[in-house]
Ligand binder design. Structure first.
Ligand code: DP6
Length: 346
């Protein structure tokens, strides 16, 4: 008999950035972060988790049809935690089938380029963890699952919720309080839009995992960012989201992105994620805001050159329209709603 369950998890784009680990093994961050989860229809990972005694003895994972190594510490940590929750259920109810010892077969598909700075690991590990949780019929809350997904990839913990999500850095050494919580559901701010400018779909130069380690080890700017700048931005961002204050939201989003990329430049040797097209997008957004006399568009960049532009629906023409004509010779524009995340069976 084959047991199986499927789920999808969307990409999230941070507006207060996670960059730096205080514990690389458990993926415990040096600062809290906030993100906006994009709608399910756009950038997402679809994952099916199955288990059966007929699967041989090894766990396996296919991503976009190519076999992945599952022996890495991160994937193993997720498998181990989920199996142990299932084993507890099985111990308390003898009528349940014994799934926890069976080999897992995971099949994942991304509908966007992998590792191009489009947060593929976030959607990937969030979908992996929830697919296995569904397979095991765990009653864990999204916050409980976020503690497990975090060990796969830090940013993944935020993709277990739709809408506006905070990853609280936590204080405990075991990471039990380093989890994601909802700031507001997507329905709270239905006019919010995100436009993704795919500047390059190529694999990024320096992975976020290794980039942030070098930043922590070499940048002095980083320390100030983690201790002073981010805590301030966290407060302002949560307030802006609660009050649906786009000017405040947009300003913090842009200053956050700039602060993060400044610490990348302050890393030694320096890390460059932005390119000329990224900088042209920044200037185009500045022009739009200057013309409007207020902040109606906000850019943010992760560990790659692709831009995500946030704006409100009423400004679609003034933002998306103008950006497309300003940077019109580029491929890959997508204007998207931020819709409610399907609640799945959690
Ligand atoms: C710039 O979550 O990919 O996108 O925990 O090592 O897997 P690991 O790192 P990852 O880093 C994301 C960094 C970022 C900012 C963010 O998403 O908050």
């Amino acid at each position: 008999k084959v047991y199986q369950a499927s789920t999808t998890a969307p990409v999230n784009i941070a507006v207060v950035k996670y960059w730096g680990k205080r514990d690389p093994k458990l993926n415990l961050p040096t600062n809290s972060s906030v993100s906006v989860t994009l709608s399910q229809a756009d950038l997402r990972t679809h994952t099916t988790a199955a288990c059966s005694s007929s699967f041989g003895s090894e766990d396996s994972l296919l991503l976009n049809s190519s076999p992945q190594d599952v022996t890495g510490a991160r994937t193993q940590a997720c498998f181990r935690e989920l199996r142990s929750l299932r084993a507890q259920l099985e111990a308390s109810d003898a009528s349940l089938p014994k799934l926890s010892p069976l080999p897992l077969r995971i099949v994942s598909e991304n509908n966007f380029p992998t590792a191009a700075g489009l947060a593929s690991s976030a959607a990937g590990f969030a979908a992996l963890v929830r697919a296995i949780a569904n397979l095991y019929e765990l009653s864990s809350s999204p916050t409980e699952l976020s503690r497990i997904a975090r060990q796969g990839s830090g940013s993944a913990c935020r993709s277990l919720f739709g809408g506006y999500v905070a990853w609280q850095m936590g204080e405990k050494a075991d990471g039990s309080d380093s989890v994601a919580v909802e700031v507001a559901p997507a329905s709270h701010w239905p006019t919010m839009r995100a436009l993704i400018l795919v500047v390059s779909a190529e694999k990024k130069g320096v992975s976020s995992t290794s980039g942030m380690q070098i930043t922590v080890a070499t940048s002095e700017l980083f320390q100030r960012r983690a201790e002073v700048v981010v805590p301030r931005h966290m407060l302002k961002m949560e307030k802006a989201i609660k009050e649906k204050d786009f000017e405040a939201f947009g300003k913090v989003t842009m200053m956050e992105s700039n602060s993060f990329h400044a610490t990348c430049l302050d890393t030694f040797p320096p890390i460059f994620y932005l390119n000329d097209v990224s900088r042209a997008a920044i200037r185009a957004v500045e022009d739009i805001n200057t013309k409007a006399g207020k902040v109606i568009a906000a850019y943010t960049f992760d560990a790659g050159p692709n831009a995500v532009i946030y704006y409100e629906e009423e400004n679609t023409e003034a933002v998306a329209g103008v950006l497309k004509s300003a940077l019109g010779n580029l491929d890959g524009w997508q204007g998207r709603d931020i819709k409610e995340q399907a609640s799945d069976n959690l």
